[in-house]
Each structure stands twice: as structure tokens, then as C-alpha cells.
Design a protein. Structure first.
Length: 121
């Protein structure tokens, strides 16, 4: 009985993993940030685009150099093409860092780091 159950589970697992993912690919891009304000606070504004090759759903988040990641968000693509995304990081002192746009689903991928420097008087 144990061998039959194990064989059934193995066949089921093979059947589930044998099907390829749907033909849905995601590309991402992050622009250089814009910085405004006077350190009370300074707003660092990031923009990017997520490009899908087919209709579907994408889960993404902005990740930061200080490990203070933004919440996971979901985009629904009704047709292929790009959709804009943005993120603001408010700072109240001088510093530098980076953010990246990270796709979580359907295929994990992370953009290049968009670096910034804030100099407060």
C-alpha cells in the first residue's frame, strides 16, 4: 500500500510539474529618481515600467537599500504592453541609497539599482 501511495504521489507530482508556465514574460525598467524638498522631508521619487508580453497578473514590490521594502502590489494586464509604477521615499537627513523594482510573480526578476544622494544643508 505504501509503495502504491508513493508511486501515485510521484506520478501526480510529475503530471503537475510537466506543464510549462504560460507564455507570459515580464520586463522592468527604473528611471533615475527625482529629488525635491528641503530635508523636512526630502522626497525621492522613483518611476518605472513593468512590461508584459501577454494579459495576466504581476506581483511586484520596491526594495530599498535600507531593507525597508514597500508592500507587495498587484498589476492586472488586460493586454500586452507596459504599465507605469512609482514609489516615494521621504528622508529627513542627508544620505544615499538605492531602490530596485522586484517582480515576485509570475517569474522573479529584479531591476538594476536606481541610486540617489540627498545632501541637506
Amino acid at each position: 500500500m505504501k509503495k502504491l501511495l508513493l508511486l501515485s504521489f510521484t506520478i501526480l507530482l510529475a503530471a503537475v510539474t510537466a506543464y510549462p508556465q504560460p507564455p507570459f514574460r515580464v520586463g522592468i525598467a527604473v528611471d533615475q529618481p527625482s529629488i525635491s524638498g528641503n530635508c523636512h522631508p526630502t522626497r525621492v521619487h522613483f518611476t518605472g515600467r513593468i512590461n508584459a508580453t501577454a494579459p495576466g497578473e504581476v506581483q511586484y514590490q520596491w526594495v530599498r537599500s535600507d531593507h525597508g521594502n514597500a508592500p507587495v502590489r498587484t498589476l492586472h494586464f488586460t493586454h500586452p504592453g507596459p504599465l507605469p509604477v512609482s514609489f516615494d521615499w521621504n528622508l529627513s537627513k542627508s544620505g544615499n541609497g538605492w531602490v530596485a523594482l522586484k517582480i515576485i510573480y509570475p517569474h522573479p526578476i529584479e531591476s538594476r539599482h536606481a541610486e540617489f544622494t540627498v545632501s541637506c544643508p
